[in-house]
Write a protein of this length. Structure first.
Length: 127
């Protein structure tokens, strides 16, 4: 028989035998199992520790965001209160000035001066 035909057949037989052996369900040695369990535990501890660090970092970031939002809210609230107070003072001034129109010249000037002083006092107290 031709040697060139024997070599591929022999290789095929060896490969087939190797595949059959690898497909067998041989239990892992207890030393290998212990090592794998130890590796799995170590990896699990590392993953848990990393997740704890990430969670802690996220909490710190969230607290910083909350602090910044609180500061923004305080600024906006204060600015809103000033804007409302200014609008009220200006509305009161306008009403007072309109009431002054019913008065005679000197009285009207005194009335408007008083309304202007009241508006100035109100706007000064806002700062």
């Amino acid at each position: 028989m031709n040697d060139s035909l024997k070599t591929p057949g022999l290789l095929a037989a060896i490969c087939t035998f190797g595949l059959l052996l690898s497909a067998c369900d041989f239990p892992e040695s207890s030393a290998d199992t212990r090592a794998d369990v130890a590796d799995a535990r170590a990896e699990g501890r590392e993953n848990v520790a990393e997740e704890r660090r990430d969670a802690s970092d996220n909490l710190v970031d969230a607290q910083q965001d909350l602090n910044e939002a609180g500061a923004d809210w305080n600024r906006e609230s204060e600015q809103g209160a000033r804007d409302v107070a200014l609008a009220q003072a200006e509305a009161t001034h306008k009403v007072s000035s309109e009431k002054c129109e019913a008065l005679t010249a000197d009285q009207r000037d005194d009335c408007k001066d008083a309304a202007d002083r009241e508006l100035e006092r109100a706007t000064t107290s806002m700062n």
